[in-house]
Design a protein around this ligand. Structure first.
Ligand SMILES: Cc1cc2nc3c(=O)[nH]c(=O)nc-3n(C[C@H](O)[C@H](O)[C@H](O)COP(=O)(O)O)c2cc1C
Ligand code: SF4
Ligand code: SF4
Length: 620
């Protein structure tokens, strides 16, 4: 393709395709699993029935972000947001809105604790405070159509880099932007590229890390599913900057939709001459191969990932040998995360100066001096609006959890938020006004990680939370080095003892010592950061640990061995619901008489508490 001919048409640009209405239906994994392709078929059937096929079109987009409300659809140009669509809603919806021009209120979103619907997407709290850079094409394009990416400015940055910039200038622009890697470590991307460029050795490799093994995190998957070309374009620019002709994307096989869209994007980019030989007639060759991983958390670690790609066991190696110098097949290799690459075209197109105007700190003289740009988080747990959010660095935790996330459901009280995935930390309520960036999160004992954010309420036990993450990491440790392999098992055992009331006095000191040993002696960052959930909960919620050890009590009422269920006689109406549902027949009492739990038979499954609509079942 000639360099000045990067053109295409977009689904939302109505003049370009003649439709008066575009139905942007989410085809991210969440909405697909709740039936968005069935909705698509139903929409198309109904549109045909009313002879609207030439006027209204359905576009399957990438993840919209508001996953809790799926399947979701945005009508363009009206901007009306529909949610939780069901096949049976579609005939009415098409007739009313698409035919008669009367949007259907019953299918719109009503924020919890409010009574009236919010028709427009841009007025919904979940979307208002977001700033979309990596997700700039979210819900606006069909990710399987390269022309739609191009129509929204895609591949213009590549054209600019090749036509107007020398590779060294691209590297300089990246350093000046202060972009820090979004995969967890936060290393300045430009510095990595510079070292790789300057390291002698051929060939050089560009690798994209799309492993994403953190439980509950799906930022990278969504970016690939929703906008695969943004990642490819970032990789091609990186290749030009460091002098590479070979790129690899390492992606786990559990991501079939992302894989399919990547394959399609690579094939289309090749057809357009954006990958392959002599790109834009500039004498620059680059192509990309996909490598499927088997799905081990440790294989996201850069050296383990490269070992896995070489066909060896996915075990990390010591970090003093840098992968930019000795990487894949011992060649200079520049490895970046999916979200990192998705930011690159914007920086090249709009300039480092623009990018540094977003975020915190000052990177003018020091690329480590701040956190620039945005970060994508997967917001999950005890929060009203779970989903994928992208926010400018420096936004507070409170704004993310309460303004975007809509606060805590069921009138419960916020207790803590866990950031940074399994090796991140837990942050308490008094730090809710903390500005979120790489350095602030580290300062309080947590970390950015790849962007997992789990909100917890008063019913969550902090010891149990730490135990959950350690249990995950025990299973994921590759076992190569002793401190991580054995240390994590010991930490896990101590946490199990604490939760079951078996722990002796002095256990907390031993727990802390073991955590510090594992953190400082482990070979890779899995072991190095694994103790974070324990150390941070010990730091902020030590009293909860002490209650478990000293008083054999779980203040949150969660650790089964330390609690007893009982029925409050003041609240019980004798409705029999609990007795009918108890699998152990442990509840005694007649109709309209106060019930009682036989603690010898009770297995503490909590079913009685779940079914009692008088809140009469209590825990002590
Ligand atoms: C146990 C472990 C798992 C990791 N998993 C990922 C991952 O899934 N994706 C990722 O991009 N980085 C992951 N990382 C970080 C990578 O080692 C590496 O720092 C990162 O991919 C570099 O890209 P960036 O500079 O663009 O962030 C992981 C690190 C560790 C220690
Ligand atoms: S720290 Fe853990 S995951 Fe890393 S090399 Fe050692 S045993 Fe393997
Ligand atoms: S469900 Fe609640 S109100 Fe009904 S009998 Fe059981 S404890 Fe009493």
């Amino acid at each position: 393709m000639p360099i000045n001919n990067v053109e295409g048409k977009s689904s939302v640009d109505k003049e370009s395709d003649g439709y008066r209405m575009h139905l942007m239906l989410c085809a991210g994994t969440g909405c697909v699993s709740s039936g968005s392709y069935k909705i698509k078929d139903a929409l198309e059937r109904e549109l045909a029935k009313h002879n609207l096929t030439d006027e209204v079109t359905v576009v399957m987009t990438g993840c919209n972000g508001f996953c809790a409300q799926g399947p979701v659809m945005v009508v363009k140009p009206d901007e009306i947001f529909y949610q939780r669509l069901k096949e049976k809603d579609i005939p009415h919806l098409v007739e009313e809105h698409m035919l008669k021009g009367r949007p259907v209120k019953e299918l719109m979103y009503t924020p919890p604790a409010e009574e009236s619907v919010v028709p427009k997407m841009s007025d919904i709290g979940f979307f208002k405070k977001q700033r979309l850079l990596a997700l700039r094409n979210r819900g606006l394009i069909d990710p399987e159509v390269i022309e739609e990416y191009i129509a929204r400015g895609g591949y213009k940055a590549l054209a600019k880099a090749l036509a107007e910039m020398k590779p060294e200038e691209v590297v300089r622009e990246m350093i000046a932007s202060g972009l820090r890697g979004r995969g967890g470590g936060g290393f300045p991307t430009g510095i990595k590229w510079k070292t790789c460029r300057e390291t002698p050795g051929e060939p050089k490799y560009v690798v994209c890390n799309a492993d994403e093994g953190d439980p509950g995190a799906y930022m990278d998957r969504s970016i690939i599913e929703g906008d695969p070309h943004s990642v490819l374009e970032g990789m091609i620019i990186a290749a030009y900057a460091i002098g590479s002709s070979n790129g690899y994307i390492y992606i786990r096989h559990e991501y079939p939709l992302a894989l399919k869209r990547l394959e399609r994007a690579i094939a289309d980019a090749r057809e357009y001459g954006l990958l392959g030989k002599n790109i834009f007639d500039r004498g620059f060759d680059f192509d990309v191969t996909i490598h499927c991983g088997a799905g081990a958390f440790v294989c996201g670690e850069s050296t383990a990932l490269m070992a896995s790609m070489e066909g060896r066991v996915g075990e990390p190696r010591a970090k003093y040998i840098h992968t930019v110098e000795h990487g894949l097949w011992d060649r200079p290799t520049s490895l970046n995360n999916v979200e990192t690459y998705a930011n690159v075209p914007l920086i090249i197109l709009r300039g480092a100066k623009w990018f540094t105007s977003i975020g915190t700190g000052d990177v003018a003289d020091n690329p480590w001096g701040g956190s620039k740009g945005t970060k994508v988080f997967s917001l999950v747990g005890k929060v009203q609006n779970t989903g994928l959010v992208e926010v400018a660095m420096g936004i507070t935790l409170r704004e993310i959890i309460f303004d975007i996330g809509g606060g805590i459901p069921n009138g419960k009280k916020f207790k803590a938020v866990q950031t940074g995935g399994p090796s991140g930390g837990v942050i308490p309520e008094n730090l809710l006004d903390l500005p979120v960036d790489f350095d602030q999160l580290t300062r309080v004992g947590s970390m950015m990680g790849s962007g997992g954010m789990i909100v917890m309420d008063e019913d969550d036990c902090m010891v149990d939370i730490a135990r959950y993450f350690i249990e995950f990491l025990v299973g994921e440790s590759c076992g190569k080095c002793l401190p991580c392999r054995e240390g994590l098992m010991q930490i896990n055992k101590m946490l199990n003892d604490i939760c079951s009331g078996q722990a002796q006095e002095g256990v907390l000191e031993l727990l802390e010592q073991t955590c510090n040993m594992v953190a400082s002696c482990s070979l890779c960052a899995l072991g190095g950061s694994a103790p974070n959930p324990v150390l941070s909960t010990l730091r902020y919620f030590r009293d909860e640990y002490e209650a478990h050890v000293r008083d054999k009590k779980c203040p949150a009422g969660l650790c089964k061995d330390l609690i007893t269920y009982y029925i409050d006689p003041e609240k019980c109406t004798g409705c029999m619901l609990c007795a009918r549902n108890c699998p152990q027949n442990a509840i005694e009492g007649e109709k309209k008489k106060i019930h009682k739990i036989n603690t010898d038979l009770c297995i503490k499954c909590g079913i009685c508490r779940d079914v009692c609509n008088k809140d009469a079942v209590m825990v002590k």
